[in-house]
Design a protein around this ligand. Structure first.
Ligand code: C5P
Ligand code: MG
Length: 160
């Protein structure tokens, strides 16, 4: 009998000058970028947690502690692929990913395609299995005040 599961992921990172804004492995031109131990790719981190969640494999910090010098400046697509491999080890393959990045500016919609393609390539999935959406926070709260960016993701996996 096949088994279908879902996993939920969320992440937030501070915005700061002189940092790159990396989303799904794509560097988006921006005055402010994301702070963090790794490349701070908030979108990849949310998706990584969603994959781990679907397979009940803990969370990103359990597998990639931010105290570990190995992960300083790390390409977060490595985390994403590792989560995919761990889930595959339990027999789960990814069906689809739906994610939202909440960031006041810059406008991200022109980067939707490259970001989707980057995630699809990293995970070896067809493009139509990857959805990435963008929202502002309507100038409210830390995201709205351009002090942070959030990302949310939901992932469906199947074991046949
Ligand atoms: O947050 P809001 O509802 O105003 O966003 C409207 C649209 O603007 C979104 O559906 C998305 O297409 C786009 N957007 C964007 N980049 C952002 C935030 C929103 O392209 N940083
Ligand atoms: Mg993170």
């Amino acid at each position: 009998m096949s088994e279908i599961r879902t996993g939920l992921g969320w992440d937030t990172h501070r915005l700061a000058p002189q940092r790159p804004l990396v989303l799904g492995g794509i560097t988006v031109p921006s005055e402010l970028g994301l702070e963090g131990h790794s490349d701070a790719d908030v979108l990849s981190h949310a998706i990584t947690d969603a994959i781990l969640g679907a397979a009940a494999l803990g969370d990103i910090g359990m597998h990639f502690p931010d105290s570990d010098p190995r992960w300083k400046g790390a390409d977060s697509l490595v985390f994403l692929r590792h989560a995919r491999d761990l889930a595959a080890g339990r027999g789960y393959r990814l069906v689809n990913i739906d994610a939202t990045v909440i960031l006041e500016r810059p406008k991200l919609k022109d980067y939707r395609q490259p970001i989707r393609e980057s995630i699809a390539a990293a995970l070896g999935l067809e493009l139509d299995r990857i959805s990435v959406k963008f929202k502002t926070a309507e100038k409210l709260g830390p995201v709205g005040e351009q002090r942070a960016a959030d990302a949310q993701a939901i992932v469906t996996v199947i074991r046949s």
